[in-house]
Design a protein around this ligand. Structure first.
Ligand code: KDG
Ligand code: MG
Length: 402
């Protein structure tokens, strides 16, 4: 089954997405997401300048061999640009394989391990009471697991809090916005938020929280400990994870479960974290971690250490990634939870999809392939617009992690 065409489609129906479309000699096509928020054109160039010319003529059925060819063949291994490009090829080839066998992708991944996929939604507010209202709204919409982020007294803006009435969308056009951060203000405030949420919603609702890489390990230990009475489902990215051994210090101080890995792109980024059971959930997902083939490797490795999956699912991951991730989630044994931020209606129209949400869970649908398509004519109406993620500084002007 020879590949006869491959093209990169860049569009911006509210936010930028990069999609790879691979077509075979039989007229089948598959889609892969290659979006890297704020650096989209780097991946688009990697694909169209370096990968697409090599794809033509290759056998679409040889998914593993193609993966190894683009990983080992590049010589320069890993990194978000390379791995997002390989991920797009891999997801598109799985899509084609499943379509050629007329089956939903999860059936090729071992079949369903569960009836549906538990997802968590993003509630945020400008202060505690505003956040309580947002969580109530999500609960009313059926969510059984809700991430709560709130504005912090004394800080003008922070990660995860929507600015208007809609969903949170961090990337901004033209230049990176600058936020000011205080770990001290955050650490004082955050237990009061979760004390209030537990008081309001009782014990059953799963509550999650994203620290977004901002604390030192010892500060993270303190925050995890202070949140223990409110038994979070997880505390995410408490500290930047380049130094995997730093999580030993957090573990010495708290039993609050830890989720890490949305910025990881290979199994080597989380090898120690998993092997030493320093985390409870691995957040790597299809687009940034080398596609379905590599993500399965990470999940299978994590299963040995009772680490469960918790795929990243913010809106900068396109519906193509979401569809592929849901097939992975449904099939993988050590699934934990899936993040779900619904896309805008413009995005949903550009990417018609078979997946659906109901009563706090999602299902990828039973269409052949991963079940996500692209309306190319509509996509062409939304040209790329340069946008950047924010940067973060401390109050004295020092650059900090965003
Ligand atoms: O592009 C960056 C976002 O995907 C990230 O900030 C979202 O942390 C995030 C999350 O947990 O969804
Ligand atoms: Mg996060």
């Amino acid at each position: 089954m020879k590949i006869v065409d491959a093209k990169v489609i860049i569009c911006c129906p509210g936010r930028n997405f990069v999609t790879l479309k691979i077509t075979t000699e039989d007229g089948l096509y598959g889609l892969g997401d290659a979006t890297l928020n704020g650096r989209e054109l780097a991946v688009a160039s990697y694909l169209s300048d370096h990968v697409v010319p090599l794809l033509i003529g290759r056998d679409a059925r040889r998914i593993e061999d193609n993966w190894q060819y683009f990983y080992k063949g590049a010589y320069w291994r890993r990194g978000p640009v390379t791995m997002a490009s390989i991920a797009a090829v891999d997801a598109a080839l799985w899509d084609i394989k499943a379509k050629s066998l007329n089956t939903p992708l999860y059936q090729l991944l071992g079949g369903a391990s569960r009836d549906a996929v538990l997802v968590y939604g993003h509630a945020s507010g400008h202060d505690v009471e505003d956040t309580v209202k947002a969580v109530a709204q999500f609960q009313k919409s059926g969510y059984k697991a809700i991430r709560a982020q709130s504005g912090i007294p004394g800080l003008a803006s922070t990660y995860g809090v929507h600015s208007g009435s809609g969903h949170y969308e961090p990337a901004e056009k033209d230049a990176p916005p600058e936020n000011v951060w205080s770990s001290e203000a955050y650490m004082t405030f955050i237990p009061t938020l979760f004390a209030r949420l537990r008081k309001e919603f009782g014990e059953e609702l799963h509550l999650l929280h994203d620290v977004h890489h901002r604390l030192t390990p010892i500060e993270a230990g303190r925050v995890g400990k202070s949140l223990e009475p409110y038994h979070l489902f997880w505390m995410e990215d408490p500290t930047p994870a380049e130094l995997q051994e730093s999580f030993q210090l957090i573990r010495q101080h708290t039993t609050t479960p830890i989720a890490v890995g949305e910025v990881f792109n290979s199994i080597f980024d989380c090898q120690q974290l998993i092997q030493e059971q320093l985390i409870d959930y691995i957040r790597a997902t299809v687009v940034h971690a080398g596609g379905i083939s590599h993500l399965r490797r990470i999940a299978n490795f994590a299963e040995l250490y009772q680490v469960r999956t918790g795929c990243h699912g913010a809106t900068d991951l396109s519906p193509v990634c979401m569809g592929a991730a849901l097939h992975f989630d449904l099939s993988v044994h050590n699934f934990g939870i899936q993040e779900y931020m619904p896309h805008t209606s413009e995005t949903d129209k550009v990417f018609p999809h078979a997946y659906s949400f109901r009563d706090g869970v999602m299902h990828p649908g039973d269409e052949p392939g991963h079940g996500v398509d692209i309306d190319e004519a509509l996509a062409a109406k939304y040209p790329y617009q340069r946008a950047y993620l924010p940067v973060n500084r401390k109050s004295d002007g020092t650059m900090h992690n965003w």
